[in-house]
Design a protein around this ligand. Structure first.
Ligand code: ING
Length: 303
C-alpha cells in the first residue's frame, strides 16, 4: 500500500476586511493541526487568500488587482511555505494569479501543489470559468469569473509527487467529466480541488436545494469513473451575505466518501488514502486501454 494521509482544510468565510496576514494565520493553524495528525498534505480551497471577489462588479482594474498575487510565494504567503517545510507537509493552495507573461499581464484563477520541502511542484490554471463577463444587476450577486480571469492555458497536467500521480483542478472544473478523464488518461491517482460554491445560482434557483447533492455527485462520479481519489475542499459559510455550501470531502476510487466536514467553518477532514486502491479499478472495470472506444468519442473534442 502507498498511504498518503490527506487533510481537506475547509475555510469558513473570508470577509473583505480580513487581511491576507489574518487569512494566512488561519491557514497556518489548519496546517499545524494537519501536521499534528501526521498528514502528508493539506488541501486548501479555491481563492483561499481573499474573499470570493467575483461576486462583485468592479470597474477599476486597480481595485480588481488588489485581490491578485503578483508573486508566489510573496511576502505575505512566504510563512506558509516556511512552515510547510519546517513541519514536513505539502499543500494545495488556490489563489488569484497575476503574471507578466509574453509581454502582457495575465490573470488566472490558479492553484499550486507544494511538496514537503516547500517547493512548488505543480501549477494549474482554471479552465472552466463559470458565470458571466458583463455586469448583470438583475442578479442578487455577480459571478464575474469570465471577466476577471483568462481561461487556463496549462491544460490538465499531472505530477509525480507524494509517492503517486497527483492532479489538480478548481471549482467549476469538477462539474465537467472531461476534467477528470484527461487526468485519468494520464494515470492520475489523486485529484485535489478547492471551490467557492454559492447555494443560490441566480440563473437556475430551482437547483439551489440540490447544490450539496450536485457537489457530491460530480466528485464521486469523477473519482469512480477514473479510478482516482478526489479531495474537494470548500470555502464555506455566509461570506459577504452570500451563503456558500460546505460539503468538503475525501472520496476513494470506489466513489465512496471516506471523510467529510460537519460544519461550514474552518475545519479539517482527514483520511489515510491508499493510492493502491486505484489499481483494482484501473485494472478491471476502468482499464482504459482494454475497454474505451475513442474512435466513437469524436464529438467530445470536435465541438
Ligand atoms: N463556483 C460555482 C461552481 O461551479 C456555480 C459556480 C455555482 C456553478 C452553482 C453552478 C451552480 O461550483 C465556482 N467558483 O466555480
Amino acid at each position: 500500500s502507498r498511504i498518503v494521509t490527506v487533510a481537506a482544510a475547509q475555510l469558513g468565510p473570508i470577509e473583505l476586511a480580513h487581511s491576507r496576514a489574518e487569512v494566512v494565520d488561519r491557514l497556518l493553524a489548519l496546517m499545524r493541526q494537519a501536521a499534528g495528525m501526521s498528514c502528508d498534505i493539506v488541501v486548501f480551497p479555491e481563492l483561499a487568500l481573499t474573499t470570493f471577489f467575483p461576486r462583485w462588479f468592479m470597474a477599476e482594474q486597480a481595485e480588481i488587482d488588489r485581490f491578485f498575487e503578483r508573486e508566489m510565494p510573496g511576502p505575505e504567503t512566504q510563512p506558509l511555505f516556511d512552515e510547510a517545510a519546517r513541519l514536513g507537509i505539502g499543500f494545495y493552495l488556490g489563489y488569484a494569479e497575476l503574471a507578466e507573461e509574453g509581454g502582457r499581464t495575465r490573470r488566472f484563477n490558479t492553484s499550486i501543489l507544494v511538496d514537503k520541502q516547500g517547493r512548488i511542484v505543480g501549477k494549474y490554471r482554471k479552465i472552466h470559468l463559470p458565470g458571466h463577463a458583463e455586469h448583470e444587476p438583475w442578479r442578487a450577486f455577480q459571478h464575474l469569473e469570465k471577466r476577471y480571469f483568462e481561461t487556463g492555458d496549462l491544460g490538465f497536467p499531472v505530477w509525480d509527487a507524494f509517492g503517486g500521480v497527483m492532479g489538480m483542478c478548481i471549482c467549476n472544473d469538477r462539474r465537467w467529466p472531461e476534467t477528470y478523464r484527461v487526468m485519468g488518461l494520464q494515470g492520475v491517482e489523486m485529484i485535489m480541488l478547492g471551490y467557492n460554491t454559492p447555494v443560490h445560482n441566480p440563473p437556475a434557483p430551482e437547483h439551489d436545494a440540490l447544490s450539496l447533492h450536485h457537489n457530491t455527485l460530480v466528485m464521486q462520479a469523477g473519482a469512480y469513473q477514473n479510478a482516482t481519489w478526489v479531495v474537494g475542499v470548500a470555502k464555506a459559510g455566509n461570506e459577504a451575505g452570500v451563503p456558500m455550501i460546505g460539503g468538503t470531502q475525501i472520496i476513494a476510487p470506489s466513489g465512496e466518501t471516506v471523510a467529510m466536514c460537519a460544519t461550514t467553518n474552518d475545519e479539517l477532514a482527514v483520511a489515510r488514502c491508499d493510492l493502491d486502491l486505484c489499481t483494482s479499478y484501473k485494472e478491471s472495470v476502468f482499464n482504459f486501454d482494454r475497454h474505451r472506444q475513442p474512435a466513437a468519442y469524436g464529438l467530445i473534442t470536435a465541438r
